[in-house]
Design a protein around this ligand. Structure first.
Ligand code: GRF
Length: 212
């Protein structure tokens, strides 16, 4: 039985697509049970529809955060969601949401955390002249990109890269990293020990990937 996962997105949804593509494999242990977006034009909505996954728009505008989060929780519960994957979801989540899925919310961030949390991480890493950049999948806590790290993908920064080229390389790495980490999560392989996550790794896998 595949584990039902909910995906929250605000944008184009290429990470959602990577997860959907992996879920199409019968051997992959998760299925996307529902997608919720908080922006009407989010490409993620169309990707969900194309995959035949129930999708919903929930607005965060002109209402208290608690009401927004309660509606998100209700939408996910309606579909029996066990794990939540944030995929380009541009809202901070508070206790109303996080207490409903304790320790069961993942996020992907386009930097090697704890460096460059927050917005425009790829451009800031590029501007700072880092030589290795990347992406991080982490468990979500109430902070901005502060939760325990599950897996990281490292990518080289080439001399000729502009910020866009670097961002594209990082995004391609994200598409490999997220389905891998999500699989460990739904298989119950994650053990949180303080701020660290121990992963009961499947043979041949590592908690990092090098994605040149
Ligand atoms: C990704 O770079 C992700 O790391 C960040 O938001 C972006 C989402 O892109 N959190 P997409 O919507 O999955 O294409």
């Amino acid at each position: 039985m595949k584990v039902p996962v909910g995906v929250l997105a605000s944008g184009s949804g290429t990470n959602l697509q990577a997860i959907l593509d992996r879920c199409a494999d019968p051997a992959y242990p998760a299925r996307v049970a529902c997608v919720v977006v908080n922006r009407k034009g989010a490409g993620a909505l169309e990707r969900a529809r194309r995959a035949g996954v129930p999708a919903r728009f929930v607005s965060h505008r002109e209402r208290p955060r608690e009401a927004f989060e309660a509606e998100l929780v209700a939408a996910l519960r309606e579909h029996g969601v066990r794990w939540v994957a944030l995929a380009g979801f541009m809202r901070l989540l508070g206790p109303t949401f996080l207490d409903a899925f304790p320790g069961r919310v993942l996020n992907i961030h386009p930097a090697l955390l704890p460096a460059f949390p927050g917005l425009h991480a790829q451009a800031r890493a590029h501007a700072r002249g880092v030589r290795v950049a990347g992406a991080t999948v982490h468990l979500v806590d109430a902070g901005t990109d502060t939760g325990p790290i599950v897996a990281q993908a490292a990518v080289p920064v080439r001399q000729e890269d502009d910020a866009e080229a670097l961002a594209a390389r990082i995004l391609a790495a994200e598409h490999r990293l997220y389905p891998m980490a999500l699989r460990w999560a739904v298989e119950g392989r994650l053990r949180v020990e303080g701020r660290r996550v121990r992963v009961d790794l499947p043979p041949g896998e590592q908690t990092w990937i090098w994605a040149p």
